[in-house]
Design a protein around this ligand. Sequence first.
Ligand SMILES: Nc1ncnc2c1ncn2[C@@H]1O[C@H](COP(=O)(O)OP(=O)(O)OP(=O)(O)O)[C@@H](O)[C@H]1O
Ligand SMILES: [Mg+2]
Length: 234
Amino acid sequence: MIRIDKLSKSYDGKKNAIENIDLTICDGDIFGFVGLNGAGKSTTIKCLVGILPFESGEITVNGKSIKTDPVACKSEMAYIADNPEIYSYMKGIDYIRFMLAIYRTPFDNAKVLKMAEEFELADVLNNLVSSYSHGMRQKLVLLTAFLHEPKLLVLDEPFVGLDPKATHMLRTMMTEYAAKGNSIFFSTHVLEVAEKLCNKVAIIKDGRIAVNGTMEEITKSSSLEEFFLEVNNG
Ligand SMILES: Nc1ncnc2c1ncn2[C@@H]1O[C@H](COP(=O)(O)OP(=O)(O)OP(=O)(O)O)[C@@H](O)[C@H]1O
Ligand SMILES: [Mg+2]
């Protein structure tokens, strides 16, 4: 589904924020991307989803290059940024309609309402997004991404700001979504959740991949948290 090959990106033309990143994510994978603040997670993700140009390397989504075929790549994925910015003059329901139209997905009222109820958003769908709390905005963008069902979900710290009920919902939805053969690439600092949810994981350190493998092999002798601390203290 995703192939990242020798990806490097510099913001200032001097020092690489990320260097020589190689990652492969297959159909049905839930891939957890972890690392300290400033390690390069969001930079990698922004290159993957085609919003940051990069100097060297290649990224393909379903065999298509994000550099030469960005629209085809983007039509297969949903990206949710670490701090979702939504047009605040829109109502929640308008945002859903707008995004579904972009992805050419029909608006199914019953499905929208069911999901909005599950996310405790049904009562506020007709309110302006400017009146939403951070967690409500996060739930709205997540809900919309699951509604148009792309083959690939790219989520930058999706659990930040979610209440325990929404966290549980999101975990369940991610598992069900991947079980259908879709793929998820997400970054997180919540290592306990990553350990339970992901079948693959990579630890990025100072812009380079320090560890990359299956969750099973990485957590064979210690928890992901212990492993992570070992890698980042060494
Ligand atoms: N817009 C930018 N301009 C210049 N440097 C940037 C920019 N965005 C990120 N960086 C630098 O790139 C490096 C990687 O940052 P990045 O945001 O990818 O880290 P991260 O792993 O997502 O961290 P966090 O866990 O805090 O979200 C850092 O050194 C950061 O200072
Ligand atoms: Mg980040």
